[in-house]
Design a protein around this ligand. Sequence first.
Ligand code: BT5
Length: 337
Amino acid sequence: MKETDTPGTCGEKPPLEQGLLALFRDRKGSVISGEELGSALKVSRTAVWKHVKNLLSQGYLIESVPSRGYRFLAAPDVLTSFELTSGLQTKRIGCHITSVRETESTNLLAFRLAEDSAQEGTVVIAEAQTAGKGRLGRHWESPPGVNLYCSVILRPPMSPVKAPQLTFLSAVAVARAIEEVTRLHPKIKWPNDILLHGQKVAGLLNEMSAETDTIHCVVLGIGVNINMLREQFPSDLSQPATSLFLEQGVSVNRVDFARALLTSLDVLYDDYLCDGFPAIREEWLSRSTVLGRRVRVSFGNRETEGVVTGVDNDGALLLVREDGVAERVLAGDVTIL
Ligand code: BT5
């Protein structure tokens, strides 16, 4: 795995600190003497102590055991590429991680990297967004240090008409990650909301750069409310919202969540490239809040109502209206009636 923390970023670590952390990780829980650490890193014991102090000031918990050495206890819950890549075993997703303290929108930054020929699987993660994007020019509230804001660059060898299928893939990946890290059971609301007890906990914004038959890149934008507090939500949300913390009453380690998400995206994307959309659609439908329900879909000043019978290969919602006419809806906001 490669990692970068671009300038003005979180956790840009000098090689010595990285080396120290790697040694601590290998022997987590045991005491390692300053002498052993120093000779492994080819520096003096005083230099080891100086770097341990630096790590302590960054929030790492390292115990000094008198006349024996140091014991690594825990890493801080910060989304640095260094923390995210340690222990991440994926084929494509996270092959390169850029983590920044703050950016306008991780999707924008990911597009810039993609134009600069970033590899498939490159991930951009920010601790905060100053202009987080929702769909149709809407805003995504992105306070620092509590949530996950990430964008993943894909370059699937397929026609652009299939790109909406990747929104379904990312919805299933988020749902699986939530189930892995918490005891909660999320539901998916077409097209891009993840709900807990009917309230929005995550949103997806997938964007693409393509020509007629070729995808240059797809950017999967994923925002998950992890430890966000009630008072951090704006009062004018279009639908009720929540966070994992608010639903389970216990905070969630964001690094663990991010690793679980990147891993589930990796597995699903690999399956998708081999076997196509059917299995993802099945899982999506089994987690859907709308299947079999009467809904209203609005798009601009157009509205339609009907009972949901499924989704098709283009990601369109299939409805049967009250007059028995079947409809295919490609975009819009759903209200369950
Ligand atoms: C979405 O749009 O749900 C897509 C959100 C995608 C955010 C991620 S974060 C990483 C990546 N980088 C970006 O810049 N974006 C992506 P939409 O369905 O249009 O929902 C937007 C609406 O949700 C807003 O108009 C608000 O009413 C509400 N909202 C805003 N912030 C929210 C939050 N943190 N949690 C829940 N609801 C929110």
